[in-house]
Design a protein around this ligand. Sequence first.
Ligand code: UFG
Length: 358
Amino acid sequence: MSQNVKRVLVSGGAGYIGSHVTVELIEAGYDVVVADNLSNCDMTCFEGVKKITGRNDIPFEMIDCCNAPHVEGLFSKYKIDAVIHFAAFKAVGESVAEPIKYYKNNLISFLNILDAAKNHGGCNVLFSSSATVYGETDKLPVTEESPRQPAMCSYGATKQICEDILADVVRATSAYGDTVNAGTSALGPVKGIALRYFNPIGAHPSALIGELPRGVPNNLVPYITQTAIGKRECLSIFGNDYPTPDGTCLRDYIDVVDLAKAHVAAVARMLDGKMKKNYEIFNVGTGRPVSVLELVTKFEKVNNLKLNYKFAPRREGDITAIWADTSLANKELGWKAERSLEDTLKSAWQWECHIAGK
Ligand code: UFG
């Protein structure tokens, strides 16, 4: 590869969002190294990435980011210009039951990445954060300035803590100089962006990569597609007595390919020296609230099928409504969500059919 091609390390790159981001990075001309310990996925999506991009030479490093020497080893082996850190556990309910598992994994892996980044001449670090950091708020849509509320689960707490760690490390390492000399063994500055995702859904239009939840899905769209294909009997819509137009919760569903493109825009901003501050935060959503019932109805319509669903009691911990003000990302990243909800819901169904072999 040419000396000028920038290399991006994608930790957790074999997973749902990581695989879509890997595709978009490669299509935008970056070199990518994928690191994953396959703790919550198999090689299905990585194989899909190779097919979509036609690239059989994408380096895959089977490492656990909680292993500091292994992370150090990665930074010694490759000259890394930017890191996108996805490697984390993400199940809300499990995090309530097993907080130590979540704090250990999500914090230590990120600390190891930041330590290695700082020790190898500095690096640009993009952290995969979540709208969960905002919690329940009256002022909608939420902007990046909206105050964060106390986390409702350990998963959410790890997102908040990792944002704070990144901000601290950026501040402390700025003393190491203005330029990032990735690949050297000297101390260097870390620059950071946190992207706060709203509700990522859908799959790549090729249907070769998508979400592969283990066990019973917690999230709405995988539950819908698994019900439609017959793996689940009936979708429960949690609560129809919320103070919303149709009584069901409102969310901002962002297409996973659009979300992936936001990462490419953020990486380019870091690598092209366009950041206005050394640590920046952007909401990544559509800016459009959609109710659970609306989403279900739309899924039925665009895919021409009937879904077995019923109304059920509210799910503990759910907030009534949240959606993004995306103007900062639109302006500063030159990015906006483009795929229609219809196309996203079609892609989710095509992916479910693909993995079911139909
Ligand atoms: N829902 C149902 N039935 C289901 C699953 C979900 O009605 O079987 C509803 C939920 O009650 C909610 C909406 O669909 O109103 C979306 O639920 P998801 O579980 O898909 O997503 P959440 O908004 O709960 O989760 C998001 C992110 C998480 C994050 C969480 C914090 O996906 O990463 O917000 O609350 F941690």
